[in-house]
Design a protein around this ligand. Structure first.
Ligand code: AMP
Length: 319
C-alpha cells in the first residue's frame, strides 16, 4: 500500500475528519487545508469534514474556517497540513482526536502524528493534496472549488511561479487549469496591494539596508505598520521586495510585534538559511524561513550571522 492509500483507508474509517494547518497561515496553508476539505466533502457527502483555525481577514477571499466544539474531536480523525512542527499547529486541540495524520512539504524536523506523509522536495502542500486526489481518483472527486484552492496554494508558495518549481509542479498546475480555474482573478487578488501598502513598499525599497555581502534587511517598526493603516492586508507584501535589487543574495524583514520583539522573515537565493533560522527559534525551508528576535541584540546577532555566512560562501567560491 502507498502512504496515500493508507491515508485514504484511515479517512474511510471515520465519520468526522478535522483538518488543521499552521498559525499565521499563508495561501498554501489555506489552500491545502480547504482544498483537502473540498475533495473529501465532495467524495464522502455523509462524513462531517471541518477545517479549523483562526480566520484571517486578509485571506478571507480564499475561504472561511469552521467553528467546532471540543467534543467533536472525541471520535475524529485529525489531519494537519503544511505544518512542520506541532507547536505551530493552529488550534491546539489538534492533538485531541482519535488519530492524527501529518501531510507536509517542509523538512520533517518533527514527524508528529500516527501517520505522516512528508515530501520536502514538493513545491507546496497543495501540490501533494492534488497528487493524493489523482492517485486515488477512482474514489475521490476534485471539484472546481478544490482546484481553485489548490492552485492558490501552489501559486502562493512558489511566489507566483517564481521559485521552487519543478516539472511536477507545472504538470499539476496544468491539470488544475483543466478545471477552469479563474487564474487571472486569483493573480490579481494576490499581486495587487492597496495604495497605503504601495506607499510603504516604496519606503522599504528606498530605505532597505544592503550590505556588501549581498544581505539586505529592513526593520518594520510598530509605528510604520500603524501609520501605514494596512487594515486586512498585513505585511506579507513587504517580504519579497528586497529581492527586486539585483545584488541581494539573502534578505530579512524584521517585523516588530506588539510585545516589542521581532518576527523575522528570512529569505535567500543562494545560501541555506533554515539552519540560521533554527538558531533563532525558527525554521522552515532551505531558502525561505521564519525566526524570532527577542530584542535589538538578537536583531544584530541575526544580521551578523547571515552576513558572515554569505561572506564565507563567497570566500569558499573564490578558493
Ligand atoms: P514566513 O516568513 O512566516 O512566511 O515563513 C517562511 C517559512 O518558514 C514557512 O515555510 C514557515 O512555515 C517557516 N517558519 C516561519 N516561522 C517559523 C518558526 N518560528 N519556526 C519554524 N518554521 C517557521
Amino acid at each position: 500500500m502507498t502512504i496515500q492509500q493508507d491515508i485514504l483507508a484511515e479517512i474511510k474509517q471515520y465519520e468526522t475528519i478535522i483538518i488543521h494547518r499552521h498559525q499565521r497561515p499563508d495561501p498554501d496553508a489555506f489552500g491545502s487545508q480547504l482544498g483537502l476539505k473540498a475533495i473529501l466533502s465532495a467524495s464522502f457527502p455523509d462524513k462531517k469534514i471541518y477545517a479549523v483555525g483562526k480566520n484571517v481577514p486578509g485571506l478571507a477571499w480564499i475561504g472561511e474556517m469552521d467553528v467546532i466544539e471540543d467534543k467533536v474531536y472525541r471520535d475524529a480523525l485529525v489531519i494537519v497540513t503544511d505544518t512542520a512542527n506541532s507547536p505551530r499547529v493552529d488550534d491546539l486541540r489538534y492533538d485531541t482526536g482519535r488519530e492524527l495524520i501529518k501531510i507536509d512539504h517542509h523538512p520533517n524536523d518533527e514527524p508528529y502524528g500516527d501517520w505522516f506523509w512528508v515530501e520536502a522536495g514538493q513545491s507546496a502542500t497543495s501540490t501533494m493534496i492534488y497528487q493524493f486526489y489523482e492517485q486515488l481518483a477512482d474514489e475521490l472527486t476534485l471539484t472546481k472549488e478544490a482546484a481553485r484552492l489548490l492552485y492558490i496554494g501552489i501559486a502562493g508558495d512558489t511566489g507566483r511561479f517564481n521559485y521552487g518549481l519543478n516539472t511536477e509542479t507545472m504538470r499539476v498546475v496544468g491539470e488544475l487549469l483543466k478545471m477552469d480555474v479563474d487564474y487571472p482573478t486569483i493573480h490579481q487578488r494576490m499581486d495587487t496591494i492597496s495604495q497605503n501598502a504601495a506607499k510603504l513598499a516604496g519606503y522599504v525599497l528606498q530605505n532597505v539596508t544592503v550590505l556588501d555581502s549581498g544581505f539586505a534587511y529592513f526593520i518594520l517598526t510598530n509605528e510604520m505598520i500603524e501609520a501605514a493603516e494596512l487594515g486586512e492586508a498585513g505585511t506579507a507584501f513587504v517580504v519579497p521586495l528586497p529581492a527586486k535589487i539585483d545584488r541581494v543574495k539573502a534578505w530579512a524583514i524584521f517585523e516588530q510585534q506588539d510585545e516589542g520583539n521581532y518576527r523575522v522573515r528570512l529569505r535567500s537565493r543562494s545560501i541555506v538559511i533554515n539552519t540560521i533560522a533554527k538558531q533563532f527559534e525558527g525554521g522552515g525551508h532551505p531558502l525561505a524561513s521564519g525566526a524570532w528576535a527577542q530584542n535589538e541584540r538578537d536583531v544584530t546577532r541575526l544580521i551578523e550571522t547571515v552576513d558572515a555566512a554569505l561572506q564565507a560562501a563567497e570566500a569558499a567560491k573564490e578558493n
